[in-house]
Design a protein around this ligand. Structure first.
Ligand SMILES: NC(=O)c1ccc[n+]([C@@H]2O[C@H](COP(=O)([O-])OP(=O)(O)OC[C@H]3O[C@@H](n4cnc5c(N)ncnc54)[C@H](OP(=O)(O)O)[C@@H]3O)[C@@H](O)[C@H]2O)c1
Length: 236
């Protein structure tokens, strides 16, 4: 993917990782960057085209696909985390995570697949999470939505291969944004995650691992889960 020739659209570009990705795309000289958000007035990035977009609203998604017909790189970044546990958490929170992180992302993929095809195939980047690969108290509804997003990413990669669309997933752990403001752990900088993400897309990587923590969790998947989760319990 040639970033300088790309016309990108980033969801949730008003803050956090989405803002960092849109800013980095402008910095690298992308031809055009559509920065989108539920409240477009909240976007503060020089050099972008602003679009209103709520990924859980099918009318809004369809309107964005009609407006941005020149997109060659779609970045599905928008997401929510409610920290609801699966067993005792509020079902409305768990559904909101699935509605946004899974159904919203799928809605964007379906709306923009024909746009990408018409523009030569292009690329699609889904911002996932290391939580797709592990259980963790208070993040399990979120983790399930990101695991669904991971399966979606792998699935649409196959479905869109014939039209030449490169489909990548970004896996990351803790990054310093509003989403993680209440969690006191070591965090990556959104700017670094954005740079790694765009390097990965440019290099044609299908899975982009943004940090050592995510790489360690991925490596653990080939082992006995009992080993991984006992280490986890000791660390608490
Ligand atoms: N921060 C981390 O440690 C971390 C780790 C792993 C993965 N991630 C993933 O990274 C992505 C970005 O998260 P972040 O950390 O930057 O979180 P954030 O600071 O909370 O930002 C979330 C963004 O998603 C947008 N959004 C939420 N629902 C939306 C909807 N229905 N339609 C359009 N936009 C919507 C928000 O817009 P509003 O301003 O309108 O709410 C905001 O721009 C998410 O997919 C998240 O799951 C983050």
């Amino acid at each position: 993917m040639d970033i300088q020739n790309a016309t990108a659209l980033v969801t949730g570009a008003n803050r956090g990782i989405g803002k960092a990705i849109a800013t980095e795309l402008v910095r690298r000289g992308a031809r055009k960057v559509y920065a989108t958000a539920r409240i477009p007035e909240s976007i503060d990035i020089a050099g972008v085209e602003v679009l209103a977009l709520d990924i859980t609203d099918s009318g809004s998604v369809a309107a964005a696909a009609r407006a941005a017909t020149d997109v060659t790189l779609l970045v599905n970044n928008a997401g929510v985390s409610t920290f609801a546990p699966l067993v005792a958490g509020d079902l409305a929170d768990i559904r909101r995570e699935m509605d946004t992180n899974y159904w919203g992302t799928l809605s964007m993929v379906r709306a923009f697949a024909p746009v990408l095809a018409a523009n030569g195939g292009g690329a699609l980047l889904n911002v996932l999470s290391v939580m797709a690969w592990l259980g963790y108290e208070h993040s399990n509804g979120y983790g399930a939505s990101k695991a669904a997003g991971w399966a979606l990413t792998n699935g649409v990669r196959i479905e869109l291969a014939a039209q030449g669309t490169q489909v990548s997933g970004l896996i990351l752990a803790s990054t310093d944004t509003d989403m993680m403001a209440s969690i006191d752990v070591e965090k990556n900088r959104p700017e670094d995650v954005a740079a790694t993400a765009i390097d990965g897309v440019a290099a044609g990587a299908l899975e982009i691992i943004a940090d050592d923590q995510s790489a360690a969790v991925k490596a653990s998947l080939s082992g006995d889960p009992a080993e991984f989760y006992s280490g986890f319990a000791q660390a608490r």
